[in-house]
Design a protein around this ligand. Structure first.
Ligand code: 6MZ
Length: 362
């Protein structure tokens, strides 16, 4: 097995509906095609297209949501996505998703999230830990010591925590509803809030009341920040002091300075940035600047399904493009532990997993 696959990894920026297997999307599309809800041949072409602009990506999400937004399917894709990450030795996953309402099938934001949690419960291929320890009354669930993910003899184990996404199309009220839901579901592994969605839609001030409320209530916060050029947003987002930001592409000089001083960790999604042409070539990716400045950063997939990538692939890509060896990449993965939205007990367990994997690195 290649080292970028076998080494333990931490995934902190993965959107549930962006991480679905193509085979599952095609199967779902075929069923809806047979029911006459969509025209399969049109949809097949869209799903299999490889390179998409950022605008096209959001059109694809609208299609994916038509295919996936019912309770049974949400449960299925959650289970599959977790198992896929675990199969490439992701040992800690923060999965984010936008709670959805669909009155025609009796879906509320709450029931959508219950279906997600059901998907976590349905994971069988690996041991999963998704309930924060302070809420867990079932000793057995968390008493299993972290197995050696690379050893192949024991069942793998993955920690999963959930982030609820606020979509930039939403109103202040809808965003507050999502934060309240996150608070209600803390005992089921919801640890934080993400602000995402089409970056050319919506305004920071619309989401600020909900994000402030989340911050006051002690939820962790990560923001998609600077994914497109928007002179009005980056500064207030950095002033807000989220625990992490995603992308950080379109920053002015002063904003770079502020980011570096603040030490806010950045979730870097190389393939996503290149495929959407947010960055014209990997050689000029800001990963290099941040890495050289020892700025906290973590490699992530964004949408492994939509961009046909995997976390292993992101590590391989960074290693090749930036001339970093196995040891440097391993250390990079390990530093991700510091930026997870989980407590010291989980961090300690992950440190031990990495320590044990380090011994076999050569
Ligand atoms: C911003 C993104 C994104 O929430 O339905 N999403 N938001 N930038 C990106 N970069 C490409 N990729 C995904 O997963 C899909 C949703 O995640 C957000 C969008 O709101 C998209 O509709 P969920 O599970």
């Amino acid at each position: 097995m290649e080292w970028w696959v076998s080494m333990p990894k931490i995934e902190l920026h993965a959107h549930l509906n962006g991480s679905i297997r193509d085979s599952t999307l095609l199967e779902l599309a075929r069923v809806l095609g047979e029911k006459g809800v969509i025209v399969f041949s049109d949809v097949e072409h869209v799903i299999m297209k490889n390179d998409r602009s950022l605008g096209e990506v959001f059109k694809l999400f609208d299609l994916i949501h038509i295919l996936t937004t019912d309770h049974k399917t949400v449960t299925r894709i959650t289970k599959e996505v977790v198992e896929d990450f675990a199969s490439e030795n992701v040992v800690y996953l923060e999965l984010r998703t936008t709670p959805k309402k669909n009155d025609s099938i009796g879906m509320s934001k709450h029931s959508y999230m219950e279906a997600v949690v059901e998907g976590l419960r349905a994971v069988t291929a690996v041991d999963i830990d998704f309930v924060p320890h302070k809420f867990n009354t079932q000793d057995s669930l968390n008493s299993i010591a972290m197995n050696d993910a690379c050893d192949g003899t024991k069942k793998k184990k993955i920690y999963v925590r959930l982030l609820l996404s606020i979509d930039r199309r939403e109103t202040t009220e809808a965003a507050i509803e999502t934060v309240k839901l996150a608070l209600e579901m803390r005992d089921l592994g919801v640890v934080g809030i993400d602000l995402s969605g089409n970056p050319v839609v919506g305004e920071w001030n619309t989401f600020l009341p909900a994000l402030k409320f989340a911050q006051e209530q002690g939820l962790y916060i990560t923001l998609h920040c600077g994914e497109v050029l928007n002179c009005q947003e980056v500064q207030p987002m950095l002033d807000f002091l989220p625990q992490r930001i995603g992308h950080a592409i379109f920053f002015e000089e002063e904003e770079w300075r502020q980011l570096k001083t603040s030490k806010i960790p950045v979730e870097i999604c190389l393939t996503s940035n290149i495929k959407t042409e947010s960055i014209s070539s990997i050689d000029i990716h800001h990963f290099v600047d941040l890495y050289n400045a020892k700025h906290p950063l973590v490699l992530c997939t964004d949408d492994a399904g939509v961009f046909s990538t995997s976390l292993s692939n992101e590590y391989k890509l960074a290693s090749t493009a930036f001339g970093l060896g196995k040891k440097e990449m391993f250390e990079l993965a390990r530093t991700g532990i510091e930026f997870i939205f989980a407590g010291d007990e989980v961090k300690q367990d992950l440190v031990e997993t990495f320590d044990s994997a380090a011994k076999k690195l050569n």
